[in-house]
Design a protein around this ligand. Structure first.
Ligand code: MN
Length: 201
């Protein structure tokens, strides 16, 4: 047992009605757990004894041995993305403050424009995947990126700050197929204090 499912920082019913108790339990306890289990199984199968965090594994994806690359990309990505997802949600509404608020204004104009870009990426992503707010160290700026499946911004040398899961399993119980309504309501749960803390990673 190398990687473990992180405990949720709030009770199972805390994010309802956007994420019902049943949906949160299933998404965290079954879907996320499956990524952790499959990642651990792949590392055992390929006798990988490194001590890296899952984010470090993803950051060094290209240098991993060939048979490990795909399971780390999919299952390690699933573990990392979901961990970020839970970490940056809260039942207590918040707004970007201080340093983060300044960066949003500098790089997007304002929060409404950031959301417009983000929502457009979510609507336009074909199939399953994630939309991320990232810190891109190359230009030294915030950016919004959509990635397919369980791909991680870490593998593209970007720091993921906030992530919205647009796989159907993320919204089907509470929103059926209405991805746009899911993303619209998900914004109410964003914990901007945690997002700002991640800028220091
Ligand atoms: Mn998910």
């Amino acid at each position: 047992m190398r990687y473990r499912l992180p405990a949720l920082p709030y009770p199972l019913e805390a994010l309802a009605p956007v994420i019902s108790r049943e949906a949160l339990d299933l998404h965290h306890g079954v879907h996320h757990q499956a990524y952790v289990d499959k990642l651990n199984a792949a590392l055992v199968e390929h006798a990988w004894n490194g001590r890296e965090s899952v984010d470090e594994l993803l950051r060094n994806l290209e240098s991993l041995p060939d048979p490990l690359r795909e399971p780390v990309r999919n299952f390690g990505g699933g573990h990392s993305n979901h961990s970020l997802f839970w970490e940056t949600l809260t039942p207590s509404p918040s707004q970007p403050t201080r340093h983060l608020a300044k960066l949003i204004d500098r790089d997007f104009g304002n929060l409404a424009v950031l959301r417009h870009h983000f929502d457009k990426e979510a609507a336009g992503l074909f199939g399953s995947g994630w939309v991320f707010l990232v810190w891109d160290p190359a230009p030294g700026a915030l950016d919004v990126v959509a990635l397919p499946n369980q791909d991680s911004p870490w593998s593209q040398a970007r720091l993921p700050l906030l992530a919205c899961d647009v796989w159907e399993h993320a919204h089907y119980l509470d929103y059926r197929q209405r991805r746009d309504a899911w993303v619209r309501d998900w914004w109410h749960l964003v914990d901007w204090r945690q997002v700002e803390k991640r800028l220091d990673l």
